[in-house]
Design a protein. Structure first.
Length: 256
């Protein structure tokens, strides 16, 4: 029993440190980092139990964030039926979550926590993995974008898609790697042609800035998924646990 308790404590410490590193990677302040590091050790399953006699302003702010993030997790806890995370209902959950967050740092703390949980999801039962992935994809990733943290927390989308569509995600990654080998040269050639056409079409002295970039794996995958979903007239998340995940076990890749 004592060995199991030590193992649990070690796992909790490791999780807290990883969450703190993720929070610091977002550029969050000291109270947010402190809340990430100590929050799980100071929150009981029933209610936050941060000591009321906090000695300084940083600890008071961290205590506030611990309570706020705990309440946000409570809001998400009822979302256990995956049918509640179709597009329209997910929008309602996102709106409710953003409205309930009194401090955006608490949302950043929640998002960082979910990233760490997704990284460790292989330890969870399959149903828990799918629930985490769908929640991250439909609710938390859009919230991260609304906070302008989509780039830093892109793992919310990539890890979720990898869990929900493992075969297809790997196939698209392999296809992109092969397709984009000569993409830089092709894009630059296309940009040169566009600049030449604009120069001919526009009055003399008018300067136009042009830029080109390759689509990322997540962006390409979501576009392919949307195309296949639309062609099948089916929602991303079906009615029933895991329906959205098993409905699209294979994506048809476009030809080169």
């Amino acid at each position: 029993m004592r060995r199991r308790s030590y193992a649990r404590q070690a796992a909790l410490i490791s999780f807290s440190v990883a969450t703190t590193a993720s929070v610091l990677g977002l550029g969050c302040d000291a109270p947010t980092a402190l809340a990430a590091l100590l929050g799980d050790t100071l929150v009981s399953p029933e209610r936050p139990t941060w000591p009321s006699s906090a000695p300084d302003r940083t600890s008071l702010a961290a205590a506030h964030l611990v309570r706020s993030e705990w309440l946000l997790r409570r809001l998400l806890r009822p979302v256990v039926d995956l049918s509640l995370l179709d597009d329209s209902r997910a929008q309602q959950v996102r709106t409710y979550l953003l409205a309930a967050a009194r401090d955006p740092r608490a949302l950043a703390l929640l998002l960082a926590r979910r990233v760490v949980e997704l990284r460790a999801s292989a330890r969870f039962p399959k149903a828990r993995q799918l629930a985490l992935a769908l929640e991250a994809l439909q609710v938390l990733a859009p919230v991260a974008h609304s906070l302008q943290l989509g780039g830093e927390l892109g793992e919310l989308e990539s890890a979720s898609l990898r869990l929900l569509f493992p075969g297809s995600f790997a196939s698209v990654a392999e296809w992109l790697d092969e397709t984009w080998r000569e993409a830089d040269a092709a894009l630059e050639e296309a940009a040169d042609e566009l600049r030449a056409a604009l120069k001919r079409a526009l009055p003399a002295g008018v300067a136009v800035l042009t830029a080109c970039r390759k689509k990322g794996l997540v962006s390409v995958f979501r576009k392919l998924l949307k195309q296949q979903r639309d062609s099948a007239h089916a929602p991303v998340a079906g009615a029933g646990a895991g329906a959205g995940a098993v409905s699209y076990t294979h994506l048809t890749l476009p030809t080169k």
